[in-house]
Design a protein around this ligand. Structure first.
Ligand SMILES: Nc1ncnc2c1ncn2[C@@H]1O[C@H](COP(=O)(O)OP(=O)(O)OP(=O)(O)O)[C@@H](O)[C@H]1O
Ligand SMILES: Cc1cn([C@H]2C[C@H](O)[C@@H](COP(=O)(O)O)O2)c(=O)[nH]c1=O
Length: 206
C-alpha cells in the first residue's frame, strides 16, 4: 500500500500551519488515514535539530552549517516518520519540506539548488512530494499576520530583513514555474475556510 505525500510551502506567516491542520482534518473527514508533520522536525531527532536551528543568535550558524542541519533533520524525519507512514497507506501532510531549503538556503543564502539536491539524495534518497501547495500572500499581509502571532518574538529566520524574505518568495515562485505539475500556487488571502477549499481543489488527480 502506498499513501500520498503532500507538502505546504511559502514564506513566513502565509498560513501554512493553519492550513496543514485544516487540510488534514478535511482529508480525515473523507476517510483517509492522515499523518500531520512539519519541518524542521517531525521526528525526535529532527525536533532536537529544530531547536538548534531556530533558537539563539542570528549568526549562530554559517549558511553551510544551516544547510547541513536542515538536510540532517530531513533525513531523520523521512526515515522515521514519512516513509513508514506512506508505506502504511497514510496521507502525509507536511508543513515545509525540501522546497523550503531550496528557497531559503539554496536561493536566499546562495548555497545553490544542485548542492542541496545532492544532500537530499544522500540523506533522504531524493524523496519528493506528490503535490506541493505553495501559499502566496502579499508581503505586507504575511508580515502583519506573523507580527500579530509573534509580536517582536520572531525566530532566527523570521528576524531576517524584508529583502531576504522577498528573495525567498521569488525563489518559491521560480520553483513553481519550473515544476507546474507538482507545485501549485494557491492564493492564501481571505477566510481560512476559503483557502482550505482552494487547497483541496489543487489535490486533483491524487
Ligand atoms: N486566512 C487567514 N486569515 C487571517 N489570519 C490567518 C489566516 N490563516 C492564518 N492566519 C493567522 O496568521 C498567523 C500565521 O499563520 P500560520 O502560523 O498558520 O502561518 P505559517 O505560514 O505557518 O507561518 P510561519 O512559517 O511563520 O510559521 C496565525 O496567527 C494565524 O492564526
Ligand atoms: C524546512 C526549512 C525551514 N526553514 C526555515 C523557514 C522558517 O523560518 C523556519 C521554520 O519555522 P516555521 O515557523 O516552522 O515555519 O525555518 C529553512 O530555512 N529551510 C528549511 O529547509
Amino acid at each position: 500500500m502506498s499513501g500520498r505525500f503532500i507538502t505546504l510551502e511559502g514564506g513566513e506567516g502565509v498560513g501554512k500551519s493553519t492550513q496543514a491542520r485544516a487540510l488534514a482534518q478535511a482529508l480525515r473527514a473523507r476517510g483517509h488515514d492522515v499523518v500531520e508533520t512539519r519541518e524542521p522536525g517531525g521526528s525526535a531527532g529532527a525536533e532536537a535539530i529544530r531547536a538548534l536551528l531556530l533558537e539563539g543568535a542570528g549568526d549562530r550558524w554559517t549558511p553551510g552549517a544551516e544547510a547541513l542541519l536542515f538536510a540532517a533533520a530531513r533525513a531523520d524525519h523521512v526515515a522515521r516518520t514519512i516513509k513508514p507512514a506512506l508505506a502504511a497507506g497514510a496521507w502525509v501532510v507536511c508543513d515545509r519540506f525540501l522546497d523550503s531549503s531550496l528557497a531559503y538556503q539554496g536561493a536566499a543564502d546562495g548555497i545553490g539548488a544542485d548542492r542541496l539536491r545532492v544532500l537530499h539524495e544522500v540523506g533522504a534518497s531524493g524523496l519528493m512530494p506528490d503535490r506541493t501547495l505553495l501559499l502566496l500572500l502579499p508581503e505586507a499581509e504575511a508580515l502583519a499576520r506573523a507580527t500579530r502571532r509573534d509580536g517582536a518574538e520572531g525566530d532566527r529566520f523570521g528576524a531576517r530583513d524584508a529583502a531576504y524574505h522577498a528573495a525567498v518568495t521569488r525563489a518559491f515562485r521560480a520553483l513553481a514555474e519550473a515544476e507546474p505539475a507538482r507545485i501549485r500556487p494557491i492564493a492564501a488571502d481571505g477566510a481560512p475556510e476559503a483557502v482550505t477549499a482552494r487547497l483541496l481543489a489543487a489535490l486533483d488527480g491524487l
